[in-house]
Design a protein around this ligand. Sequence first.
Ligand code: NAD
Ligand code: ZN
Length: 363
Amino acid sequence: RELNVDLGERSYPIYIGEGLINEAASYFQKHGIGKKSPLLIITDSNVAPRHLPQLEESLRNGGYRAVSAVVPAGESSKSLAMLGDLVGEALDAGLDRKSVIVALGGGVVGDLAGFVAASYMRGIKFVQIPTTILAHDSSVGGKVAVNHPKAKNIIGAFHQPEFVLYDLGTLQTLPPRDVSSGLAEVVKHGLIRDAAFVDWCEQNADKLRALDADSLGYALYKGCGVKASVVSQDEKELGLRAILNLGHTIGHALEAVAGYNELQHGEAISIGMVGAARLGVRCGAPQDVYTTTKRVLAKCGLPVSLPKHYDVDAIMAAMMHDKKFSEGTMVFIVPTAIGSVEIRSDVSVEWVREIVEELKLEA
Ligand code: NAD
Ligand code: ZN
């Protein structure tokens, strides 16, 4: 399958299929990437042993010179220190303005490698080869970043890739928890824009969790499609793009309170989306917004309530820290039906607090 992210001059395609890594060189060639300048592949310590040799071989056979840098797996690699190290590697490898950075990995590698590409010599090209389901989200939209100890994703840029090569074969080695976590963003894209797709996710949740390639290919195609359509209407996040944050207001607060190791991103936003659905019903949406959201996410193997030991005060404090709010109200992405959401700026903080308490009671 192939899909275009429509961004005028910065438009790029996403290729989705099995075994695409083995044909990587021909995709590089097709996109006019020359063979004189070296490439730098950035990947992590989980992905490297599983999928790096294949990519290196395929690029080498196609006549490309590629150097690889392997960072430790995990969110802590999205740091300024790591950016510095990688720039060092890029210099050592002799990368010039015509060189291309290749991100082979999940969202962490994509964000990090993308930011190296955005900043090295004021910006060189990059290619994304996502190896997680969650990375379907990060591979569309061009947001790249590293973290600061005080805030996530706070040092970053908008830098669009030349193309995205989604090899479904690489997903076969994903641990079950990462599979479910990634499905949370897939379902999110349905909840925002596409009720029929939410229904499809529910019907095919078991196949998706079993990594059935056909089902995965379709889910990623649809998920990337929704994100691409929202992003192309609002590349720099001036308005509409905020709807992609469904579930993230509560979700980010949970991640901050739980620590990024206890709760995975998709797990946190799953709970957040159930909270948003509850809020939606409170704001007048039909009850099925809540029941369906909860049922589909649970079928994907995701948590849909808040573990008992979470402190509601701490969660609210994290949310207030994260979001602008005034006079007891806050901006919130609220579902109005399955497949549609609205951005509301008048949501009562007190209601949100009650919702978080209810999420906990459900556990
Ligand atoms: P990740 O990159 O850390 O991957 C999750 C885990 O899976 C890691 O341990 C990784 O080593 C491992 N892994 C990756 N591919 C594998 C494979 N094929 N087989 C076995 N193990 C594999 O995290 P993620 O969940 O992909 O992404 C989360 C990150 O994405 C966060 O940093 C988040 O901020 C970022 N993100 C960015 C955007 C954006 O728009 N830029 C959007 C959503 C998320
Ligand atoms: Zn997210």
